[in-house]
Design a protein. Structure first.
Length: 133
């Protein structure tokens, strides 16, 4: 992270800003996709690097499973609060988080994605498992 300029000594403000930007881009794209959602606990209780989402009338657990199996988008399902949890890491890009938001919109609408988007998600999934993380 230091080599990439996201952390300098004990100063992680650039990393925090990067992750906050990714979260904002994700939520903007999700809103642009016309997806009905709420932030669990409201925005004031959200971290700048995690989005905890509820989708009224949707099977949240099933959505999380379909996103991974069908669209290669990894999110967490939190059973005790029935939320979809999306985390934004230092290696994520704005393009990746926007693709993830579009994948959620497409999944809820029953639509499909282009092959090029699936390939982008595949490279993102590989990066997420990199030992350099």
């Amino acid at each position: 992270l230091e080599r990439r300029g996201l952390v300098t000594g004990s100063d992680a403000s650039k990393l925090d800003a990067h992750r906050a930007h990714l979260r904002s881009a994700f939520l903007d794209e999700l809103s642009n996709s016309k997806v009905e959602y709420t932030l669990a606990g409201g925005d004031e209780y959200q971290s700048h690097f995690i989005a905890s989402l509820r989708f009224p009338g949707q099977d949240t657990r099933g959505l999380a499973e379909r996103l991974w199996h069908d669209r290669w988008v990894f999110v967490s399902y939190v059973a005790r609060s029935d939320v979809l949890r999306v985390s934004f890491g230092p290696d994520n890009t704005e393009r990746e988080v926007r693709l993830a938001a579009r994948a959620i919109g497409a999944e809820l609408a029953g639509a499909t994605f282009e092959a090029s988007d699936r390939l982008a998600r595949a490279s993102s999934a590989l990066a997420a498992t990199s030992p350099n993380r």
